[in-house]
Design a protein around this ligand. Structure first.
Ligand code: GLC
Length: 633
């Protein structure tokens, strides 16, 4: 029996004997004549049933609709008139000024319009807190999931997620579109860094992120330091075939996963089973990508947003998911057919809430017409709305619809940043360390080169203040890797392009890597993206490692880069991934304040043409194997 069923039974049992189980805040007794759905002493199931019975079709369809804040910001009455169930901030969609208080004021402003509806149903506000509350300036920015996978530390992942939930909920959003439990099988994918790794067993272990976000049981969701989690993108988003994307100018993102039912269950589905059955995740986001069965003759690719077999038969019925499905951004627009067909197909496949950033009114009108024409059963609508309302009751939104700002002072706190710093240190993977080059000594004269040594934006990557992220040191507070090095060594020269004289130094430290990107924009082959090193990075390695006796290279990137030719010139090589705001964590292992302990969460290819390459492949011959990582004392 899942924990929350037990809690519900306990609540019912105690309610029957007259002693209500205390909610997360002081227990209040509802005044006489209170409508059952407003009586928090009653089981959630009973409150849902009572509210559903009171709702009109328009109110039900409104609950299934999510709009981007930008589409209602200048006419917030639309929230009331459309009876919207939810709003979101897309990547970078923040209030101005982008401060915790402004966020909370913004969300509460929207909420007041939702509470002006006939039944006063509060909205859910969703945001992509995928490595901390990344849209918020001043938030603690954790390493992206690929680095968290390298830590092999599920408890740390849970702790980081709890901090993320605390900083998010204190600013208003009660729902995050995280964690991505994608299993990245081809690093040419622009979202590879959003994955914990290529091994579904590792990714399943890291679903502790759900518990960190939601808490250990359903009743935690009402707390001011927890949020509703979303595991995404269901499923096979990281297992698509390179070159099969038919959307925009992406090449692998949103492509086709060609697989058998057996392999799909082993690779792509496994993390969702854990997220649902162990952690009771409250929502799931289907992927833009498609699945084409190799064990079904004549099988055609079907978009996940339209995949009834996988959304309803497998996820909801077989695996037992009792939360709600939220579509990805305009994702139903990629289903074949006109808009009415797209809406009908997706809702009948099992989609419950629809992320329709800028066409919410059209969606509402279309779905209403489909129900009235009998092409969508009212029972399907009632199922979807019940799932959505369940989350809202469990989050305590009917009792406390406005932001509880108690924890707003903890945002970006030293305590939170210390946890992120530890995560950075544990995520570093030491791949080469000849002559015990590392750890460095404070007395050594260091020559540091490479833009990524001193660029907060590059070390944080996408989904940081803006959707795509941005280079530079002005967007948000944090410490760069160079700043961390300078705190540990007395004699440090920095020359981003290695143009400064190189004589008289003991160790050269060259930081290579990528600039930020998000989603298919980062696909190899799009916008010049490649796994190969940039000319500037190659030149820096050539110049510094040929001039200075000992040479250390750090790679600040979202994915494995091709370093086969450069590796022999180095004495030590470290994969730093995308560490986020706490560059000090990199210096901690460079100078031995913490040991190197990270392990590769993906296989490291010798060349781009080796992708996809994954542990368990026949003729497996990577530059560094999955799970590889040297340690230091
Ligand atoms: C994006 C992403 C998804 C994100 C959503 C809302 O397109 O695919 O991961 O949660 O839109 O920003």
């Amino acid at each position: 029996m899942r924990r929350h069923h037990f809690a519900a039974l306990l609540l019912l049992a105690t309610a029957l004997v007259g002693t209500a189980v205390p909610a997360s805040s002081a227990t209040t007794t509802a005044p006489a004549g209170t409508r059952p759905y407003l009586d928090q002493r009653l089981p959630v199931k009973q409150r849902v049933a009572d509210l559903l019975a009171r709702m009109t079709l328009a109110e039900k369809v409104g609950q299934m609709t999510q709009a981007e804040r930008g589409s209602v910001d200048n006419d917030q009455g639309r929230i009331t008139n459309l009876a919207l169930g939810s709003l979101l901030s897309g990547g970078g969609s923040a209030p101005s000024p982008n401060t915790p208080e402004a966020w909370a004021d913004m969300v509460d402003g929207y909420q007041s319009h939702a509470l002006a509806t006939r039944l006063r149903i509060p909205i859910l506000y969703g945001v992509d807190s995928v490595h901390g509350h990344g849209n918020l300036v001043g938030a603690t920015v954790f390493p992206h999931n690929i680095g968290m996978g390298a830590t092999r530390d599920p408890a740390l992942v849970r702790r980081a997620a709890h901090i993320t939930a605390t900083e998010t909920r204190a600013t208003g959003p009660q729902w995050v579109f995280a964690p991505c439990v994608c299993v990245t099988r081809d690093e040419r994918w622009g979202r590879s860094y959003e994955s914990f790794g290529e091994d579904p067993r590792l990714v399943s272990r890291m679903t502790t992120a759900v518990e960190g976000l939601q808490g250990g049981n359903t009743r935690d969701l009402a707390r001011n330091d927890r949020v509703l989690a979303t595991v995404k993108h269901f499923a096979g988003d990281g297992d698509t075939v390179y070159g099969t994307s038919t959307t925009g100018d992406y090449i692998i993102d949103r492509g086709i996963t060609r697989t058998s039912h057996k392999r799909f269950a082993e690779i792509d589905l496994a993390p969702y089973v854990t997220a649902v059955q162990v952690h009771d995740v409250g929502s799931v986001m289907p992927s833009y990508s498609s699945v084409q069965w190799t064990d079904v003759p004549g099988s055609e690719p079907i978009r996940m947003s339209a995949h009834k077999e996988l959304l309803t038969d497998v996820l909801k019925q077989k695996i037992g998911f009792d939360g709600f499905l939220i579509s990805d951004w305009d994702a139903i627009g990629e289903i074949p057919g006109d808009f009415a067909t797209q809406v009908r197909t997706s809702v009948n496949a099992g989609m419950d809430m629809f992320m329709q950033p800028y066409n919410a009114p059209q969606f509402i009108q279309t779905l209403t017409a489909e129900v009235q024409a009998g092409r969508v059963e009212l029972s399907r609508i009632d199922d979807a709305v019940s799932r959505i309302l369940k989350a809202k009751f469990e989050l305590g939104l009917f009792e406390r619809p406005y932001t509880d700002r108690t924890n707003i002072g903890t945002i970006g706190s030293a305590a939170h940043r210390a946890v992120a710093r530890r995560a950075v240190a544990e995520s570093q993977v030491l791949l080469k360390n000849d002559h015990k080059t590392l750890p460095l000594k404070p007395s050594q004269r260091l020559y540091v080169a490479g833009v990524n040594a001193d660029d907060l934006g590059n070390q944080a990557g996408g989904w940081t203040v803006t959707w795509q992220g941005q280079s530079g040191n002005t967007a948000f507070p944090g410490t760069t890797i160079l700043q961390g090095i300078r705190k540990n060594a007395r004699n440090v020269t920095y020359s981003s392009d290695a143009s400064a004289a190189t004589a008289g130094y003991d160790v050269g430290v060259v930081v290579i890597g990528e600039t930020p990107y998000a989603e298919g924009v980062g696909d190899v082959g799009v916008g010049g993206h490649t796994l190969n090193l940039s000319a500037a990075d190659k030149a820096n390695i050539d110049r510094v490692c040929s001039a200075i006796r000992t040479c250390v290279v750090l790679d600040v990137a979202g994915r494995t880069q091709i370093v086969t030719d450069q590796l022999p010139r180095t004495d030590a090589f470290v994969m730093s991934w995308l560490p986020g705001s706490e560059g000090d964590g990199v210096a901690d292992v460079l100078f031995g304040k913490r040991p190197f302990s990270g392990k590769l969460p993906v296989s490291w290819p010798r060349g781009e043409a080796q992708e996809p390459i994954n542990v368990g492949d026949r003729d497996y011959d990577p530059l560094f194997p999955y799970g590889y990582g040297l340690t230091t004392p």
